[in-house]
Design a protein around this ligand. Structure first.
Ligand SMILES: C[S@@+](CC[C@H](N)C(=O)[O-])C[C@H]1O[C@@H](n2cnc3c(N)ncnc32)[C@H](O)[C@@H]1O
Length: 379
């Protein structure tokens, strides 16, 4: 069975499990793997997919043989990954056939990249990756001893698939687990790609339902939103970035922190304003950045009035804009160096390096736009 054939077989197979679709089909989409497209004109507010709980893979469907081998409250994430790896993935079903291979995941998922390449991720992505690696390590901990035949790479693939294609599943049994671990796999619904806005997903005790958020032309792709995520988050948790993302933000700690004296850092620390400086797609520099830069342009009293009550000094605005703009200009030079290094690098696969370069180019563009805005806003 080829991936193309199995995609056509997927919806009929899912209908056999009680999944109801209306006006949609699965399709291969350039750069996004499989996805869901409109089969006919769809109106806003149409229910296009219903997945009954009977078709869902969740904590309740994990066999006792797996659950009993591990301590109580072992993560649902890990249990689902184990169930897939041990009991399902070898079966020739259309759903199994369309799941990305470890090789294709390696191209875009930083968790699977060489460490020299991981080290060149933007700060927030690197820190998310560290948390993800720690989660994976803890959730692999007892597994080799309990499931001796299971290969680490088979588990790793399933673990990432659970990470990137599950839905929030709050039931009486999952409510005692941390909310981020209340996960369930939904056939067909897991084919929706992400956009920063999209169709609505709701659930009750019987089924999940996906409803159109607007009208769609036949052939148009339908998305859902995985959340209000920045591109650094999407890259690490899902292995892609969006070209347009209203929730994107760019960390500029490396542009600001090296230019603050130890006294300034201490003052910012005291007010809880040290680090985590970001530029947002929609709003520009965040309030924390504004506070850090003003430290160098305001008197001590003026700065406290700004940090505590947001009182601005209009006469100093040009100086603030000029300083931030200079700090960002010099950071752009640093970004250029990272991009140049990646372009010359031979480590990892070219697709991995291309994706990382793309992210750094987005960051450079966002910073460049902010500089333009700062330079044209003269008081
Ligand atoms: C829930 S699955 C969606 C179906 C998936 N495209 C497939 O082929 O099975 C999530 C994965 O789809 C891909 N994806 C989702 N939204 C995307 C987008 N807007 N652009 C590129 N890839 C996307 C990523 O690989 C992500 O990890």
């Amino acid at each position: 069975m080829t991936a193309g054939q199995s995609l056509g077989d997927l919806l009929p197979w899912a209908r056999g499990q009680g999944v109801v679709t209306d006006g949609i089909e699965a399709a291969q989409l350039p750069g996004r793997g499989a996805g869901i497209v409109a089969k006919r004109h769809l109106r806003a507010g149409e229910a296009i997919l219903k997945v009954p709980f009977g078709a869902v893979r969740c904590l309740d469907t994990v066999p006792n043989g797996i659950r009993d081998a591990l301590p109580e409250k072992w993560t649902i994430h890990s249990l689902l990954a184990l169930d897939l790896a041990l009991n399902h993935i070898a079966k020739p079903t259309p759903w199994n056939a369309i799941l990305p291979s470890l090789e294709s995941l390696e191209e875009c998922v930083p968790l699977l990249w060489p460490s020299d390449l991981q080290a060149l991720l933007p700060g927030p992505a690197l820190s998310l990756l560290g948390q993800q690696q720690a989660r994976l390590r803890t959730q692999w901990d007892l597994i080799p001893e309990k499931f001796t035949a299971l290969q680490h790479e088979d588990y790793l693939r399933m673990w990432f698939l659970i990470n990137s294609r599950t839905f929030y599943n709050s039931t009486p049994t999952t409510e005692t687990y941390p909310w981020e671990d209340r996960l369930a796999l939904l056939p067909v619904a897991d084919l929706f790609n992400h956009a920063d806005t999209g169709c609505e997903v709701t659930f009750n005790s019987k089924r999940y339902k996906v409803t159109t958020d607007r009208a769609y032309r036949a052939g148009e792709e339908l998305y859902i939103s995985y959340g209000d995520h920045s591109n650094d988050f999407l890259l690490v948790e899902y292995g892609f970035i969006l070209a347009e993302n209203q929730w994107d933000e760019v960390c500029i700690d490396d542009a600001i922190l090296p230019h603050l004296s130890n006294e300034h850092k201490a003052e910012l620390g005291e007010k809880g304003l040290l680090g985590n400086y970001v530029l947002r797609s929609r709003e520009g520099a965040c309030r924390r950045t504004e506070s850090a830069v003003r430290l160098r342009c305001y008197t001590a009293e003026q700065w406290v009035a700004f940090a505590e009550d947001g009182v601005e000094v209009p006469d100093a605005q040009d100086d603030v804009n000029k300083l931030l703009s200079e700090l960002l200009q010099s950071y752009i030079a640093t970004i250029q160096t990272v991009i140049g290094k990646l372009e010359r690098m031979k480590i990892g696969k070219s697709a991995q390096r291309r994706l990382l370069i793309q992210r750094w180019e987005q960051i450079r563009l966002t910073i460049g736009r902010t500089i333009d805005r700062l330079q044209t806003t003269k008081t």
